[in-house]
Design a protein around this ligand. Sequence first.
Ligand SMILES: C[S@@+](CC[C@H](N)C(=O)[O-])C[C@H]1O[C@@H](n2cnc3c(N)ncnc32)[C@H](O)[C@@H]1O
Length: 460
Amino acid sequence: MEFLPLFFDLKESTALVFGASDAAARKVEILLKAKCRVTLVAESLNASLEEKSGTSLFSHYLKIDDTLWESAHLVVAATNDAEEDKRISEKAKSKKIPVNIVNRADLSSFVFPSIIDRSPIIAAVSSGGELPVLTRLLRSRLEATIPHAFGRLATIARKYRSEVKQQISSINTRRQFWESVLEGRFADLVFSGQEQAAEEELQTKLEQQVSDKQQVDGEVYLVGAGPGDPDLLTFKALRLIRQADVVLYDRLVSEPILALVRQDAERVNVGKERSNHLVPQDSINELLVKYAQEGKRVLRLKGGDPFIFGRGGEEIETLAEQGVSFQVVPGITAASGCSAYSGIPLTHRDYSQSVRFITGHLKNDTCDLAWEEFVQDNQTLVFYMGLTGLPTICRSLIEHGMDNEKPVALISKGTTRHQKVLCGNLSTISELANQEQISAPTLIIIGDVVNLRDKLKWFS
Ligand SMILES: C[S@@+](CC[C@H](N)C(=O)[O-])C[C@H]1O[C@@H](n2cnc3c(N)ncnc32)[C@H](O)[C@@H]1O
């Protein structure tokens, strides 16, 4: 190891910082966050340093003198003058004061890592000052996997540390207890902001552990998997996908997203296709309750957003009636995903001031919809589940007064590498869709915004 990572308490210490560069300002910021006193030596201050002056831990000197050197516990320099930086490094080393010269690991006795701050949990990544871009990339990966409320989790758990130690004397049992608590419902409750309920959960777990009456509570996660591209998942969705014991998924959930599910998790395909309901809705609702009552963490994974034409409401209604706990995680709905990946903004100051999400699902070959409301200027219509009914939709809009040359786009398998976009107008699009053999899932966008695609398309 070139550098040993150590975590120092700097609250009673003073850092002597040289220079008023942006790099120096960033280090000052970090030191102040660690509640370290900062003595800055620079002929002038940049705007960000100016903001610090006046705060109690920060003082500014135009010139260095011996008393400043004597009070320093560590030294940082980013003067933009290589010779000056070198002199500072040599002087600090001769006085045995730890020194960091920004971007000069060879002149430094310590380096600043990239920090993931979930106080009181801190993670630090370093390449010894050699490859800052790589460490930043690694840091953003870690950032993505550590929920922001992780610090709250640690703070709350810390409150119970001594009580748990008192009640559970065996180290091994204590470790198992904390593992089950920190990976279980307690953690989920903290992450979803229900801290009071989280503390109650922890207390109950502890009582059960002590009285040896272990009883596991299951939970259902109703998660929106987005329209297809796995990069469009939310951090929260990813975390819950990775921890679920059993997964009930739909036809619309893409393979790369299913691949994120734990290897040992049970997978149940309840996928629904038009007129081919693999598992009827009532049975899905019952399955969710059954698995949760067995104490499992049940992931109900749905394409897009669960509350937009996803019947998510019905599923959690059953859970609520049965007293099963659940969480809902929104996903990017097909309209947002397809709009972004086809270069067709759903609203635009010049062409559309409102947007409607409409079901195009036909009942008895007709769409019983408020067609007259759809025929308005400056509005975008988005039809979900409308491919089979496309001729009926186009005909109905024309019959209710929409210009038969109104632009229409069909986006098939949007956001995936199989995405296909077909543009036409109300009179031509059905024929074009037949010719091009457009297949489900397909979203229909109708409105003048469709014309923007020529200029704004970027994904192919
Ligand atoms: C039952 S709805 C589910 C909608 C989903 N809950 C959502 O928020 O996107 C299914 C319809 O969504 C649309 N859809 C879903 N994913 C799509 C995709 N990747 N590309 C195009 N359309 C999609 C299609 O219109 C499909 O018929």
